[in-house]
Design a protein. Structure first.
Length: 95
């Protein structure tokens, strides 16, 4: 299995702590991915409106040309990520 991960940070000034947290959590989805296919996971993490301080996380998982997209927003950046990854895992289980 080959998983390529791309991170996109928008309006986030210091993204290193988030990326370290994300990399640890992304391991949760590996057991749900096909072992013999190329997989691309794109992670967008942003703060669309700095005044409102709502964090937005979006996953775009591409497997054999099919895209599974899941997103979540929250005032807590880590909850935003965790809820979005939970939604992605749920979608992978239904596959």
């Amino acid at each position: 299995m080959s998983v390529k991960i791309k991170y996109y940070f928008k309006n986030i000034e210091n993204n290193q702590p988030y990326q370290i947290y994300f990399e640890g959590k992304i391991k949760r989805i590996e057991k749900f991915l096909p072992k013999d296919k190329e997989v691309l996971l794109e992670v967008e993490f942003s703060l669309p409106n700095k005044k409102r301080k709502i964090f937005y996380t979006e996953f775009n998982l591409t497997i054999e040309g099919k895209v599974i997209k899941r997103a979540h927003q929250d005032y807590d950046p880590f909850k935003s990520f965790d809820k979005a990854i939970d939604k992605l895992i749920s979608a992978l289980k239904k596959r």
